[in-house]
Design a protein around this ligand. Structure first.
Ligand SMILES: Cc1cc2nc3c(=O)[nH]c(=O)nc-3n(C[C@H](O)[C@H](O)[C@H](O)COP(=O)(O)O)c2cc1C
Length: 304
């Protein structure tokens, strides 16, 4: 099995915010956690309406902060801001397929089509921080351009310490199955990502030669799963206790007005598959008051 520090939790925009990362950390004290992606423009501009621009990472253990953007200078500045805020490493998004990022901003997955620019961005980030820089990418732009190994070689030459690869192309989005090949010989360690949900999945990619495994959607509504992978926790007796703690962290971080709606998706994930979860979700989606929301959660899971 992988060592705990070879197990990564994936960046998930709108999900792996500071409250969720605190929950993950509680179950898995020594895994490597990655933040959701942060725009270099937003960070360098210090946009005040984006609360995560002001996160500090000192208390978050082994944490990588992920940035996206297409401008090497701004990306270098953004990396420095995150390093100064306490990030232990910087991850560069080179896989996001969303048109706003990959097409309009020329960032994320677009960098799989422009390895020269990708190299400049990595070099700029690596020069501006004295902590490791990594990239997170996909197999390639589409079926005809599965050239991730070339991008990894460019990344290594430009100063990247490791890379994560999601076993789908940009064109696939999230459709079909993640399909990683056995790990080829490459100059830097490669973390496997995509559809890894069980300990067996982790062992399979380890046997294929990968140097670590990154888990994303398998953690939605069940953040303790990462602790099961590294034997630091088990499924809690009462999931409602975790849901309530998560809600409290969200309320502390975002306040009641933004926090209550923010929690709705998590409530749906925590309750998925449980009896009467549909009615529970309907109620949760109508509530705007935090005290009422806590009561409904306590009733649903019979938390004292
Ligand atoms: C809702 C959502 C948000 C995501 N946000 C990011 C992100 O901010 N940065 C990134 O590199 N990948 C992002 N991804 C991709 C995941 O990190 C991961 O590569 C993908 O979900 C495959 O892994 P999984 O099957 O374990 O979920 C996101 C995926 C989803 C579903």
């Amino acid at each position: 099995m992988f060592n705990n520090n070879q197990i990564f939790t994936a960046p998930l925009a709108g999900i792996t915010d500071k409250p969720f990362r605190k929950i993950l950390r509680k179950f898995a004290p020594d895994v490597s956690i990655v933040t959701e992606m942060i725009s270099c423009h937003s960070l360098v501009g210090g946009h005040k309406n984006c609360i995560r621009n002001f996160d500090t990472y000192e208390d978050e253990g082994d944490i990588g902060a992920q940035i996206f953007g297409a401008d090497p200078v701004l990306m270098g500045e953004a990396a420095k801001i995150l390093k100064d805020a306490g990030a232990k490493w910087i991850d560069i998004n080179m896989g996001c397929p969303v048109p706003k990022v990959a097409t309009r901003a020329g960032a994320g997955a677009f960098l799989m089509r422009d390895h020269v620019l990708a190299g400049k961005i990595i070099e700029s980030c690596a020069k501006s921080v004295q902590i490791p820089v990594s990239i997170k990418t996909r197999l390639g732009w589409d079926e005809a351009h599965k050239d991730w190994q070339d991008l990894v070689r460019v990344a290594a030459l430009s100063g990247a310490a490791f890379a994560t690869v999601h076993g789908r192309t940009r064109a696939q989005g999230y459709a079909g199955n993640s399909d990683l090949p056995p790990k080829p010989i490459l100059p830097i360690p490669i973390i496997a990502n995509g559809d890894l949900k069980t300990i067996d999945d982790m062992e399979r990619v380890q046997k294929m030669g990968y140097d670590g495994a990154m888990i994303g959607r398998a953690l939605l509504g069940q953040p303790w799963v990462v602790g099961e992978f590294c034997s630091t926790s088990e499924k809690p007796d009462n999931v409602g206790v975790v849901a309530l703690e998560h809600l409290e962290l969200i309320l502390d971080y975002y306040g009641e007005k933004a926090g209550v709606p923010m929690f709705r998706k998590h409530a749906a994930w925590y309750s998925a598959g449980m009896p009467n979860s549909a009615q529970f979700r309907i109620k949760v989606n109508q509530i705007t008051d935090a005290t009422e929301l806590k009561k409904i959660i306590k009733d649903f899971w019979s938390v004292n």
